[in-house]
Design a protein around this ligand. Sequence first.
Ligand code: AMP
Ligand code: MG
Length: 326
Amino acid sequence: MFYGAGMSQILPHARIEPVNDTSIALAGDMLRHGQLVAFPTETVYGLGADATDDRAVAAIYAAKGRPSFNPLIVHVADPDDCAALVRVDDRARLVMARFWPGPLTLVLPRAAGSPVSLLASAGLDTIAIRMPGHDVARAVIRAAGRPIAAPSANRSGAVSPTRAEHVAESLGGRVALIVDGGACRVGVESTVLDLSTERPTLLRPGGVTAEQLEAVLGQPLACPHQDPEAPKSPGMLASHYAPGLPVRLDATHAAADEALLGFGAMDCTLNLSPSGDLEEAAANLFAFLRRLDERDYRGIAVAPIPETGLGVAINDRLRRAAAPRS
Ligand code: AMP
Ligand code: MG
């Protein structure tokens, strides 16, 4: 496509490469260097980043322009790659053996020492993980040698992309590389099954049915979204991480025994970004809240964060953390 003079506002084009050994190796290299790479899965094109790199994960949220941090699905190329990331129990092994690779996402407890970014799980102690049923997706993940966080490769609110051109139209130069594997076999989204709880819980219906899962697990699933009596939210939407300590926003100074979480040049306990970089602040947000929460403070005071770009999602999360607890 040609953009004439006067269209200089247009973002740089995305680089699109057909699938071959060179483009797969390039994709792996870029991912290891913290860049965003889009690739086909059996459902839609995913916007991938190294799931162990907070900055790379922050770049996903920035590229999508999401106003909030939803936890992302972490993609692996092999079931054996899960062990270092999440705690895999017998139930998980059973359903992995039966439904992976494929459209089944498992929510499992974070393993001790898991390298997965806390921003990827939006601060939660659980991680959503799946092995995609698409050769190109698994080849890219294998080439990266890292677990890959990947939501759909479109701007927030736009339709999910099933072709490389859709990704390019929606994200433009916000993605470093698009590996063009042709049209996705338009599938439904992956089923999300929570195995971090005693009773297996269906968080989102999808390509693998509840009946199939119940047959393999030998027990009925809890289905919060189908039970009108069940309280809305926690079970259904991923519940939100909030620090145990009270959070106070728009603070310029810490009160006695309060920690001060700073932003920009200032004296504080921990600084989300001394240079005032919102992507850096997003990358540090959950890890720093946790660190302060674990210490002996009475509360956490948070410096003002600008309400622009990723600041919108950061402030959304901080406001939830500061809201009165029920
Ligand atoms: P998407 O990437 O758009 O397919 O959406 C990912 C889905 O997985 C969303 O519904 C998330 O809420 C859900 N999800 C991701 N991580 C978790 C988690 N740790 N606990 C519960 N749900 C999760
Ligand atoms: Mg989407």
